[in-house]
Ligand binder design. Structure first.
Ligand code: CP3
Length: 344
């Protein structure tokens, strides 16, 4: 008999016995075992590009908490790095890219797929060790989000330069997005071919665009990226997470071709249940700050999500887990979700 894979099964339309869960950014600095390897490696980029270490870090949260999925340990900014853009991760400061400021720099971007070969090797290594019921999620950044980092270099000024390109220099932004489209297609298809079973597109800065800009710079390019991937790999489910999309969530769900919609914690459960759940299977949306807080407030909020959206739902946070999160709260949340029985 085929073993159950709770997340993959639910993505394939099978009614779940219980609500599956994983947490965005589940591999990382809230885990002592991550910090230990991180300190040995020294440099975050080296860590992402050393398959044995990246595979070990991918598996750590699954071993400790029994999540239903592992997410590949890598970063959305590896795509700009493979395009030849200078990238550094500074302690306590986050990523710093050498900003793309003019046409000459735009023209010089040249995707070197070999730079990302270690990532595919990580996937092979993880797959050999991953428990059968656990699914492996591959990912990339949303094209707008990655373009925004490439144009501004950091997130410090709310991506003022990228927002300026969207309005004042649309041809330039279009060129950059098309470059990212080709690179991301290649990157994601290679992840699938190496063994990724599900993909997630992290559009972390979707909330910066409104109205027709949202349609042009988020929905259209995402639609194209997904069409290209589905053309080659029609059965790989794709989760889209346009964080902060607000009123644009329904259009994103309907038009991009995603299979599942990730929602952030700003989305009310009432709205999610009545307006979004009829459109797509949902993923989300516990506030990461409540996971830090723990106690009754966290328990009630988790149960509220389960009662409104579960069990046919992928339980997750509304954004990535924060480094100060206590480990006991994560264990408690996992128990709550896995033991929840829907009424009736
Ligand atoms: O556990 C996982 O989710 C897998 C690995 C993963 C990382 N980054 C590792 C990482 C994933 C899926 C990401 C996605 C990512 N990277 C996003 C989208 C999700 C989101 O949080 O909005 C974004 C915007 C980035 C870019 C990035 N990388 C930033 C802004 C930072 C610094 C701030 C931060 O959150 O740490 C990083 C560094 C980074 N990426 C770390 C990790 C574990 C911390 C690096 C360290 O150990 O010093």
């Amino acid at each position: 008999m085929k073993k159950e894979k709770p997340i993959l099964d639910i993505l394939n339309g099978k009614k779940p016995e219980r609500c599956p869960l994983w947490l965005m950014r589940q591999a990382g600095r809230y885990l002592p075992e991550y910090k230990k390897i991180r300190a040995q490696a020294g440099n975050f980029l080296d860590l992402c590009l050393t398959p044995e270490l990246a595979a070990e870090i991918t598996l750590q949260p699954v071993r400790r908490f029994g999540f239903d999925a592992a997410i590949l340990f890598a970063d959305i900014l590896l795509v700009p790095y493979a395009l030849g853009q200078g990238l550094k991760f500074r302690e306590g400061e986050g990523p710093v890219l050498e900003p793309v400021e003019n046409d000459k720099m735009l023209e010089q971007l040249n995707f070197k797929s070999a730079v990302l070969a270690p990532v595919y090797e990580t996937i092979h290594t993880v797959k050999k060790q991953l428990p059968e019921p656990v699914s492996l999620i591959g990912f990339c950044g949303g094209l707008w989000t990655v373009a925004a980092y490439m144009i501004d270099g950091t997130s410090r000024q709310d991506f003022a330069a990228a927002q300026n390109w969207a309005v004042e220099q649309p041809e330039r932004l279009e060129r950059l997005i098309n470059t990212l489209l080709d690179a991301s297609e290649h990157y994601l298809c290679n992840q699938i071919e190496a063994g990724a079973e599900i993909l997630q597109i992290f559009e972390s800065w979707a909330g910066l665009l409104k109205g027709s800009s949202f349609e042009r710079w988020i929905i259209k390019p995402t639609q194209e990226l997904i069409a290209r991937i589905k053309n080659k790999h029609p059965h790989i489910p794709i989760i889209g997470f346009p964080r902060g999309a607000g009123a644009h969530y329904p259009a994103y769900a309907r038009e991009t071709g995603i299979d599942t919609l990730g929602i952030d914690q700003q989305v009310s459960l009432d709205y999610a249940r009545t307006q979004l759940k009829p459109l797509k299977l949902l993923q989300g949306n516990l506030d990461p700050l409540l996971l830090i807080k723990g106690g009754e407030e966290m328990r009630l909020a988790a149960v509220d999500i389960l009662e409104n959206l579960g069990p046919n739902h992928i339980f997750n946070l509304g954004h990535g887990i924060l480094p100060e999160t206590p480990l006991e709260h994560v264990s408690e949340l996992t128990d709550i979700v896995h033991n929840f029985k829907a009424a009736g």
